[in-house]
Design a protein around this ligand. Structure first.
Ligand SMILES: NC(=O)c1ccc[n+]([C@@H]2O[C@H](COP(=O)([O-])OP(=O)(O)OC[C@H]3O[C@@H](n4cnc5c(N)ncnc54)[C@H](O)[C@@H]3O)[C@@H](O)[C@H]2O)c1
Ligand SMILES: [Zn+2]
Ligand SMILES: [Zn+2]
Length: 358
């Protein structure tokens, strides 16, 4: 520790949550990030949160992540420093950080798929150091940051980094939810519940939430689910078919990332239905083409792009999005290991989204 302190004489230190392989994270001292490219910004984190994807990382489901990586891809903060190539932001601006980094110039950025940017995509808390830290370097800051009012609700705003645009883009838009539809969302975690909020923008007739956790299902009913199914008895498919008079659902959204939940989705689709996968999967699933080949169904997979974040931000500012209702627990950033325990055993702690402030 003493050596680190000396070493960092003109390179101040900070604290961060660091990944050291599956099931091993520590809260440790790291050098503060510095501007590397002219288009970088350094953001001082004031609010961050944990994602189900961080839990997948801890289980070893995300092989792209390296040792000693600072985790986290969601955050709100204050710009501390900008490179000379950042034009749209200033030091002192309050911003929300998008999970996706976009150069804005490559083929995939130009076709509206920055999730696959050739010099970006999902970098933060994956291929570069992330937001579960006191400071973070944000590449291509003009594209990856969104300005917030200084007095905004930061707990609500941090849902715009990943959870809400993921639910809208990967779940609702990919699943083509439309007025009058019957929608099932498997997984009532923050992403499943954000999908529930986003789905209601399209006036579906029914939204059925499926999970093992009664507390999260109760939250789903408060947030607008018309039906909920606890699938711990292994009978989710039968229950959804009963609730839909045998018809099945127009849209099934997978928001967990397991074979068991993907299987529920493929078994409850009505003819012409859409199966929108949102969950991060660490293992193969079986696609039942022996029954689905004639179902006229569409299967989509997607990594969040974040293109809907400006629209979601406007709705939030207008009071038309209940994002703050997703927050169940508040911690200080330094208590992040406790926050991981709470979020990782959500049912025992009645947890939904866990936010951390500095
Ligand atoms: N595609 C993307 O770009 C993207 C972006 C963000 C998150 N994700 C993924 O979305 C998923 C959900 O994220 P989250 O933050 O809500 O995670 P989470 O871990 O908080 O929620 C997962 C939920 O699934 C439920 N669940 C687990 N096993 C189940 C089973 N067998 N049957 C029914 N329910 C079950 C849990 O009780 C929990 O409520 C994760 O896989 C995450 O990695 C994907
Ligand atoms: Zn996320
Ligand atoms: Zn690009």
């Amino acid at each position: 520790m003493a050596i680190l302190a000396n070493h960092n004489a003109h390179h101040p230190a900070m604290h961060a949550l660091v990944y050291h392989g599956p099931h091993r994270v520590t809260w440790e001292e790291k050098p503060r990030p510095e501007i590397c490219e002219p288009t970088d910004a350094i953001v001082r984190i004031t609010m961050t949160t944990l994602c189900g994807t961080d839990l997948h990382i801890l289980r070893g489901d995300v092989p792209s992540i390296g040792d000693s990586r600072i985790l986290g891809h969601e955050g709100v903060g204050i710009i501390e420093e900008i490179g000379p190539g950042v034009h749209d932001f200033h030091v002192g601006d309050c911003v929300v950080i998008s999970v996706i980094t976009a150069c804005g110039r490559c083929h995939f950025c130009k076709v509206g798929m920055p999730s696959h940017c050739l010099d970006g995509g999902w970098l933060l808390g994956n291929r570069i150091d992330g937001t579960q830290a006191e400071f973070v370097r944000v590449p291509y800051a003009d594209n990856g940051l969104h300005r917030l009012a200084p007095d905004c609700d930061q707990e609500a705003a941090v849902m715009l980094s990943c959870a809400l645009p993921t639910g809208l883009e990967c779940g609702v838009l990919s699943g083509h939810v439309k007025p009058g539809d019957t929608v099932a969302i498997v997984g009532a975690g923050p992403v499943g519940l954000a999908t529930l909020l986003a789905a209601q923008l399209y006036s579906p007739r029914e939204i059925i939430l499926i999970d093992l956790d009664d507390n999260r299902l109760a939250a789903a009913r408060q947030l607008g689910a018309t039906r909920t199914v606890n699938s711990s008895d292994g009978k989710a498919v039968e229950q959804v078919m009963l609730l839909t008079d045998g018809a099945g659902v127009d849209v099934a959204i997978e928001a967990v990332g397991l074979a068991a939940t993907f299987n529920i989705c493929q078994a409850i689709l009505a003819p012409g239905g859409h199966l929108a996968n949102v969950g991060v999967h660490g293992k193969a699933v079986e696609l039942h083409l022996e029954t689905l080949w004639s179902a006229n169904m569409t299967l989509t997979t997607r990594l969040i792009d974040g293109g809907t974040t400006p629209m979601l931000l406007k709705m939030m500012e207008a009071g038309k999005l209940n994002a703050q209702k997703l927050v169940s627990h508040r911690f200080k950033l330094a208590e992040i290991l406790q926050a991981y325990e709470t979020f990782g055993d959500a049912a025992a702690h009645r947890a939904i989204k866990v936010v951390l402030s500095t």
